[in-house]
Design a protein around this ligand. Structure first.
Ligand SMILES: Nc1ncnc2c1ncn2[C@@H]1O[C@H](COP(=O)(O)OP(=O)(O)OP(=O)(O)O)[C@@H](O)[C@H]1O
Ligand SMILES: O=C(O)[C@@H](O)C(=O)CO
Length: 429
């Protein structure tokens, strides 16, 4: 049976987050890095016997036209692979700007599917993301009061998702309120019907608990396209099972091989959680700091980092990080520009990762940050990931489908407890 669910994720850690959720729900899931080349191996060869496929793109912060083109190409590939339901995964903190890319990509996917309505639900209560009356909270504060207001690429300064999405799409954006979700799947469906009548093409959906996400999953399981964070996928596996769209047994969905080899940690995320994890690591383990301004001055900082790591690798894992607090990032961006600062660091991280794998026998890598993970995984030429057991909410251990197989933990910036790096290395397959 071909996979039921085809997913397009706008960054690599977000893709593993979604894949983790689907595997937890018992769907056998594979994550592909980018859109596989068409022809040759064909979809059946590339997608062996799974229930869900997640295509990981690096489209969160690219120009909207590029994000649309790549996302539609991913959708076309997933359709050709036999998928019949589709999911567009973006960040649980709705990372985007007024230019996109959430609105433009969701619209393009709807158009391609010949569909006219979808939901937008980034709620992920397990990691503190909840939506009430269309406003997104991160922990106990509104999104706009959280550390996301300082994000290097997509600063989020408005918590009203109806307004934020409304600026990104010509379609009308409605709201499925908490009271409808609390009343159950029938009430959500009735509200969706009313919003469609009113001419809405999107509806933000309130959710503050996993129980409510299960209700939403049941209500939206027949939509061609669902958009959101990984949280709203929590109810889909059961909803598909109830409809006979996937087998009933979820056993063995998280099985991956064990990988031996040296280990390293690479962090390009400047998110608050990552900064805390770096500080925790530095209490007991060595680390090397990449300075973007020195990179911009043409100094071979990547070579220095590699020399530092190589001296210590035999004694255990080493961290290389560019992550910095908001004031430092602002100063760097003021000199280099936001995009150039990001890219220069990503290029260095990619080069370091490739050298460590190709020349130093590193086979176990923890990478912090979605953009950073995208750069690293692309440099390593990874084509796909098997999804293993969860390390912390939103982050599974994974093993690449390639030769040599590499164990990877791709951590979204704000996920994971303070000891995440050591915990990941201890738990990774
Ligand atoms: N010191 C720095 N100054 C400026 N930019 C930096 C610095 N360190 C890292 N960056 C850039 O900041 C961006 C961080 O984005 P990334 O997606 O990797 O992390 P994140 O946003 O915390 O994670 P996620 O997207 O998973 O939430 C990257 O483009 C990275 O290259
Ligand atoms: O949804 C999330 O928060 C993460 O999966 C993510 O996309 C962060 O980059």
């Amino acid at each position: 049976m071909p996979p039921i669910l085809g997913c397009v994720a706008d960054d690599f850690t977000g893709a593993t987050d979604l894949a983790n959720m689907l595997v937890r729900g018992g769907l056998r899931t594979v994550q592909l890095i980018g859109v596989p080349p068409s022809g040759g191996t064909g979809p059946d060869a590339a997608v062996p016997d799974v229930d869900a496929v997640v295509v990981a793109l690096k489209s969160r912060t690219t120009p909207a036209a590029d994000a649309v083109r790549e996302s539609v190409a991913a959708l076309d590939w997933l359709k050709a692979a036999g998928c019949r339901r589709f999911f567009f995964k973006y960040c649980s903190t709705f990372d985007s700007t007024d230019d996109g890319n959430i609105g433009p990509v969701a619209d393009a996917l709807l158009d391609r599917l010949g569909a006219h309505f979808t939901i937008a639900c980034p709620a992920f209560p397990e990691t503190g993301r909840t939506i009430f009356k269309g406003h997104l909270f991160v922990g106990d504060v509104l999104l706009s009061d959280s550390s996301m207001r300082h994000h290097p690429l997509t600063p989020m300064t408005d918590s009203n998702l109806v307004a934020v999405l409304g600026r990104q799409t010509p379609r009308k954006v409605g709201l499925v309120q908490y009271r409808d979700v609390a009343a159950g799947a029938e009430a959500v469906l009735a509200r969706i019907d009313a919003l469609i009548e009113e001419g809405c093409g999107h509806a933000v959906v309130d959710a503050v608990s996993d129980e409510q996400l299960h209700v939403i999953g049941e209500a939206v399981a027949d939509l061609a396209l669902v958009t959101g964070g990984s949280g709203v996928a929590i109810g889909l596996p059961d909803a598909y099972r109830r409809r006979g769209l996937v087998g009933t047994s979820g056993e063995g969905a998280a099985t991956v091989p064990a990988i031996a080899g040296k280990a390293a940690v690479l962090a390009g995320s400047c998110s608050a959680a990552t900064l805390g994890q770096i500080a925790e690591w530095q209490k007991t383990r060595p680390s090397y700091n990449i300075d973007p301004l020195r990179l911009a001055d043409g100094e071979d900082v990547a070579a220095e980092a590699l020399a530092f790591v190589r001296e210590r690798l035999a004694d255990g894992p080493v961290l290389v990080y560019a992550s910095a607090p908001p004031e430092t990032v602002k100063a760097v961006q003021a000199r280099l520009g936001r995009a150039e600062a990001g890219e220069i660091v990503e290029r260095a991280m990619a080069r370091i990762a490739k050298a460590l794998v190709d020349q130093d026998g590193v086979r176990r890598l923890v990478v912090a940050g979605g953009e950073t993970s995208g750069a690293v995984v692309s440099a390593l030429g990874v084509t796909g990931l098997r999804i293993g057991a969860q390390i912390d909410p939103g982050v599974p251990g994974t093993v690449t489908l390639d030769d040599p197989a590499i164990a990877l933990a791709l951590k979204s910036g704000n996920f994971g407890g303070p000891d995440f790096f050591a915990k990941a290395l201890a738990q990774m397959p």
